[in-house]
Design a protein around this ligand. Structure first.
Ligand code: MTE
Length: 321
């Protein structure tokens, strides 16, 4: 995500600054927004009802998650990416291709009865795959619709059998600054980590992707294994996972460590709670000039709102009103 800047001697604290690229992107976006805000609402949403005609589902499609909106152009979804290990621009796909993903060990341990360490090829064979079409919403207020291949996280839970003390799941990305130049920028607390509650982990939407658009994941989108949490802002969907750990205490993700007031733990999509520096009311659809109204929980309210019933409203600015 954006908004953190290369540290120079004159730098103010990290959570107060914006990198140049995102600054310009955001200016462009705000310009679009202000232009569109004078158009009738119906015009802004005219593409929302398009079906996914431009994509042929695989036979493994999970029909529960088909959407009434157009799939994002594959080229766009795979060349406009956020992967800070390879730099803070969106255009890192060539650099990310240097990451070697074979062999690739994944360790799943912590408060579990059956810890396991295995190569991604074995894990894929063991857990199989299905296809799901999900909305995706970045905290920077752009959005896309992606056909993912992979398996629900519940399958990992069944595999390792967490104990009753496991309250959270912590995810960790690889650390190799020789391959990932962004990791030489030592003001980021590498490796990239993220966390969710055990109840969120058990929700049927929680998905581990091994592919997209009918193929294996490209490196820049998080090969060989990434998390996908479609009701949360995209930074929670951690890429290129090497470790999954069941823990007692709430993990603190990379962005939360850097800027806790901007990138909170919950990070549930909510049009009514602005990011401290911009509104979340609208989202810009990748590939289009128009915007769409942001939906609570990114349109997945029915599936996930029960998870947050007992959480205090002021627990985090990024939760919901
Ligand atoms: N995971 C890692 N390891 N490193 C990252 O920089 N960026 C996050 C998330 N996962 C990121 C990451 C952010 S900010 C977003 S919006 C999504 O990945 C972007 O996913 P995409 O590039 O596949 O669209």
């Amino acid at each position: 995500m954006v908004f953190l800047k290369k540290k120079k001697s004159w730098c103010i604290s990290e959570n107060e600054v914006t990198d140049e690229c995102s600054f310009h992107n955001r200016r462009k976006f705000l310009k679009t927004l202000s232009y569109l805000s004078i158009l009738p609402v119906t015009l802004s949403f005219s593409k929302d009802v398009l079906s996914s005609q431009n994509y042929n589902y695989s036979s493994k499609i999970n029909k529960k998650y088909v959407l009434d909106r157009e799939i994002t152009d594959e080229k766009l979804a795979t060349t406009y990416t956020n992967f800070y290990e390879f730099g803070s621009s969106k255009n890192i796909w060539r650099r990310a291709s240097k990451l070697k993903i074979d062999p690739w060990d994944i360790t799943i341990n912590g408060l579990v009865d059956k810890p396991i360490k295995l190569d991604i090829k074995k894990l894929k064979k063991l857990l199989g795959y299905e296809e799901r079409i999900y909305r995706f919403r970045c905290v920077e207020a752009w959005s896309m619709t992606v056909p993912w291949l992979g398996f629900p996280f519940e399958k990992i839970i069944n595999l390792v059998q967490p104990t009753k003390d496991a309250k959270f799941v912590k995810f960790e990305t690889f650390y190799d600054p020789n391959v990932a130049p962004g990791q030489k920028q030592n003001w980021y607390p590498w490796p990239y980590e993220e966390g969710i509650t055990i109840d969120e982990a058990k929700n049927d939407l929680t998905f581990l992707a091994t592919g997209m658009y009918g193929k294996d994941l490209p490196n820049q989108n998080g090969a060989p294994l990434r998390l996908v949490l479609p009701w949360k802002y995209g930074f929670k969907s951690i890429k290129s996972i090497v470790g999954i750990r069941f823990v007692k205490n709430r993990p603190i993700g990379l962005w939360e460590k850097l800027a806790p007031k901007e990138y909170g733990f919950w990070a549930n999509v909510n049009p009514d709670v602005s990011h401290p520096r911009w509104s979340q009311e609208f989202e810009k659809i990748l590939g289009y000039s128009h915007v769409r109204k942001t939906e609570i929980f990114n349109g997945y309210e029915e599936q996930v709102s029960y998870l947050y019933k007992n959480i205090h409203k002021n627990d985090n600015v990024m939760l919901f009103k």
